[in-house]
Structures are given as structure tokens and as C-alpha cells.
Design a protein around this ligand. Structure first.
Ligand SMILES: Cc1cc2nc3c(=O)[nH]c(=O)nc-3n(C[C@H](O)[C@H](O)[C@H](O)COP(=O)(O)OP(=O)(O)OC[C@H]3O[C@@H](n4cnc5c(N)ncnc54)[C@H](O)[C@@H]3O)c2cc1C
Length: 405
């Protein structure tokens, strides 16, 4: 498991044997899933990644729409071994009292697995087998020509010119390569943000829990061997620093219980916690000629429905199916060209992904507010509305999973 770091020229040489040489920019969840699926289909996509070090990682709860990719890669056993079942989801009120505990895995069981895994472990699982990547590499220029896409790749001070028949931009929510296209984006900024850290594992490895305070949210989500923590609030409040923010939480909820206490301690103890500004992004167009956006670069999610990675893997699976054996310019029997396939990919996936994103936005509206009166209303709503109902739009997507023959 794990990537095989190899020089760019080696990947370029292998790709040149393919009928439709393909570049994937960004070895995150979407890019890695796509690259590995194409490799299993006998293709040699070039996978590049800007960062050179290991990603610090965070917790992911993975919805069943990821299952098609996991199964096609033949890594379900490894996935189960490196993750934990998230059977229960609990919401606590602004006073710390339990509002409800829902059997979330049972609600989702007819669709497949619902499990907690760290991003690093998921990438390790996805890179089971041969997984070439070239790190420290990005794209600085991109031009669509009639027969292909001409790019400038940058490695440190070095620039390399290359051409590809297909280019997939999968460089995440803060994508910079998206700016090389004429694609417009819209964003929702909740005004909130928070710290993401790891706390020690406890015994309730199957329990995801959120405490919805008057002006903060404390979420704790188990993975194998640890509990992922998110402590967030309005950036006007978090801006003063974590010591003051944690003190504020403790004043509101003096006895939050051992899990939450350990989480607050972990926020204070982390020497350099990741601060996550809760904004999202939506590109108004995914496919431009032979270039296509994938994953968070196409639609990056707010965390409220915990579905960004699931949708990124689903989209990667659909794209891999469409790109398994494309004809560079369209086949004699009328099969679509690469631009036609990418347009078809966008037509299939964009409505699904944007529906999931809309659901995350609506939940954000409920969760990220700073008002005593609203918190009281929200506690009432949370008592009455089950997780099954809150996830209604996501279940509709799961009822109608994509199929590509
Ligand atoms: C704290 C946190 C918790 C989350 N929790 C959940 C959850 O519970 N469930 C869920 O489904 N989703 C969750 N998400 C969302 C999920 O992580 C994303 O939706 C998913 O990672 C998207 O995959 P991606 O490949 O598009 O982007 P990423 O996984 O972000 O990968 C992008 C990759 O591109 C690389 N890159 C960036 N710029 C360049 C460049 N210019 N050139 C080359 N490479 C570049 C990056 O280094 C990175 O490796 C969470 C996100 C965060 C931050």
C-alpha cells in the first residue's frame, strides 16, 4: 500500500503508449481513485501531485456511494481493516444533553458501508498494488488545441512541456489549475471555521457525536486508533485564538463528558492545528474540450452532510468507466470523442453532485448560526427530525446510483 514515487519522464513514457494519454492533476481522493481505476483497466494515466510531504490527514466518514470504486479496485477487505464502522450518530444540545442517537449505519445499510477512516489510511487503501505518482509537480499553463491539450508542468524551477488527449483537474477545493480555464465559480462562505485535530481513541469506536452549542460546534468522529475532532464557530470568535474559544465552550458546557473533554484538550495540545474555513465552491462548468474538473475542484463541499469524499469517489468511478477505452477523435461507428465523453460525464454527475452540495448547504444554514434563540429552536428541531429524514436527499441519490456499461 502507498504510492510508488517515480520520475515524471517514466510516467510520460508509459502514457505515450496509450491511445488517449491522460494527465490527472492532484493525488487526493478523486485523482487517486481515478488513476487506480484506469490502471486496473490497463491504462497508464500520469498522476502528478503538488505537495511533496505527507498530508497531515483528517477524519472521513465515507458514504456508500464510494463502494463501487472500492469494489472495482478490489480493496474492500483492506478498507474494512483500516476503518471503523460508524454505527451511531449522536447530537447533543447547547447544554450538552443528549438530544438523540440515531442508528446511522442501519439507516444506510441497504446501500452499503458507512465507515470512519483517516484520509491517509483511505489513500493507502486506494493505492494498494502499483500506484505511480510524481510529487512536487503542478501545471502552470494549459492550452486546448484541436488534437490535444498542451501544458506546462512545473517541478521546482524546471518547466516541462507536454501534450495529452485528456486532462483531469482534481486539485481540490482550493484548485489553482481551475483558474487556467475560463470556468466561473460560485461560493458559499458560512463565516464559520474551526480547528481539526486528533484525540486519543476511546471505547465508543462506533459513535460519531456532535455538540451543537449556542455559538460553536464540537464534532468527534472515530477512525481506527483515534478520534477526529472538529471545534468550530464564527470566525469573528475563533479569530481570537483557541485558548479563548475553548474557555468559552467550557463556560457554556461545564461538564461536557469525557469524549468532549478529551477533544477540547486535543485542540489545545496540538502544536499546529489545521484551521478549516467553512466555505464551499461550485464550478459552473466541468468539461472544457478535453479538460475536465473532478472532485472538490468541480464542487467542493461544506462538511455538514459528510459526503464530499463519497461523491468525489463516485464521480471518479463514473469518469473511469467512460474513459476506459475512448477513441481520441470519435470512432468510425459513431462512438463519442473525448470531448463528447467529458460532456456526457458532466451531464450525468453534475446534477447529482450539486444536489448533494445543496443538502450540505441547507444543513449548514441550520447548524452554523450564533444566537441563543436559534440554538433553542435548533434543539427542538433536532429532537424531532431524525437523521434518516435529514439525509433524505442523500438517500435519494443512493437509491439511484449511477451505472455505466
Ligand atoms: C477536515 C475535513 C473533514 C472532512 N470530512 C469528510 C467526511 O466526513 N466525509 C466526506 O465524504 N468528506 C469529508 N471531507 C471532504 C473530503 O475530504 C473532500 O471532499 C475530498 O477529499 C475531495 O477529494 P479531492 O481529491 O477532490 O480533493 P483532495 O482530497 O483535497 O485532493 C486534492 C489534491 O490535489 C493536490 N493539489 C492541490 N493543488 C494542486 C496543484 N496545483 N497541482 C497538483 N496538485 C495539487 C493536493 O495536495 C491534494 O493532494 C472533509 C474535508 C475536510 C477538510
Amino acid at each position: 500500500m502507498g504510492w510508488d514515487e517515480i520520475p515524471l519522464r517514466q510516467q510520460l513514457a508509459a502514457a505515450s503508449a496509450d491511445a488517449t494519454p491522460t494527465l490527472i492533476v492532484g493525488a487526493g481522493i478523486a485523482g487517486t481513485t481515478l488513476a487506480q481505476l484506469l490502471r486496473r483497466a490497463g491504462r497508464h494515466p500520469v498522476l502528478i501531485e503538488r505537495s511533496s510531504g505527507r498530508h497531515p490527514g483528517y477524519m472521513l466518514a465515507l458514504m456508500p456511494m464510494a463502494d463501487a470504486a472500492i469494489d472495482e479496485l478490489g480493496v474492500r477487505e483492506a478498507y474494512r481493516a483500516r476503518s471503523v464502522a460508524t454505527n451511531r450518530y449522536r447530537v447533543r444540545s447547547r447544554t450538552g444533553a443528549v438530544l438523540r442517537t440515531d442508528p446511522i449505519a442501519e439507516i444506510l445499510s441497504r446501500y452499503g458501508d458507512y465507515r470512519g477512516i483517516s484520509r491517509g489510511d483511505l489513500l493507502n487503501v486506494l493505492t494498494t498494488g502499483h500506484a505511480p505518482v510524481t510529487s512536487g509537480t503542478t501545471v502552470t499553463a494549459l492550452r486546448e488545441d484541436p488534437g490535444g491539450v498542451r501544458l506546462t508542468l512545473r517541478q521546482g524551477e524546471r518547466e516541462i512541456e507536454a501534450s495529452f488527449a485528456v486532462v483531469v483537474l482534481a486539485d481540490g477545493l482550493g484548485s489553482t489549475t481551475r483558474d487556467l480555464l475560463t470556468t466561473a465559480t460560485t461560493r458559499v462562505d458560512t463565516g464559520w471555521g474551526g480547528w481539526v485535530v486528533w484525540a486519543p481513541a476511546d471505547e465508543a469506536t462506533d459513535l460519531g457525536e456532535e455538540l451543537w452549542g449556542t455559538d460553536f460546534i464540537l464534532g468527534t468522529y472515530p477512525v481506527a486508533g483515534a478520534v477526529g475532532v472538529f471545534l468550530g464557530g464564527d470566525r469573528a470568535d475563533t479569530g481570537a485564538g483557541r485558548e479563548g474559544f475553548v474557555a468559552r465552550v467550557r463556560r457554556q458546557v461545564p461538564s461536557p463528558g469525557p469524549r468532549a473533554e478529551a477533544a477540547l484538550e486535543a485542540v489545545l495540545a496540538d502544536p499546529d492545528p489545521y484551521f478549516w474555513p467553512l466555505t464551499d465552491v461550485r464550478a459552473n462548468r466541468w468539461a472544457t474540450g478535453r479538460t475536465v474538473l473532478l472532485g472538490d475542484a468541480a464542487a467542493g463541499f461544506l462538511p455538514t452532510a459528510g459526503i464530499g469524499a463519497g461523491m468525489a469517489m463516485e464521480s471518479a468511478w463514473v469518469l473511469a468507466r467512460l474513459l476506459r477505452d475512448p477513441h481520441p477523435t470519435g470512432s468510425a461507428d459513431g462512438g463519442p470523442s473525448v470531448p463528447g465523453l467529458l460532456t456526457s460525464f458532466e451531464a450525468r454527475q453534475r446534477p447529482r453532485v450539486e444536489a448533494a452540495q445543496d443538502n450540505s448547504r441547507r444543513l449548514a444554514h441550520l447548524m452554523f448560526r450564533r444566537s441563543r434563540a436559534w440554538a433553542a429552536v435548533r434543539d427542538l428541531v433536532a429532537r424531532r427530525v431524525s437523521v434518516a429524514r435529514a439525509l433524505g436527499p442523500i438517500r435519494e441519490l443512493l437509491d439511484d446510483l449511477p451505472s455505466v456499461d
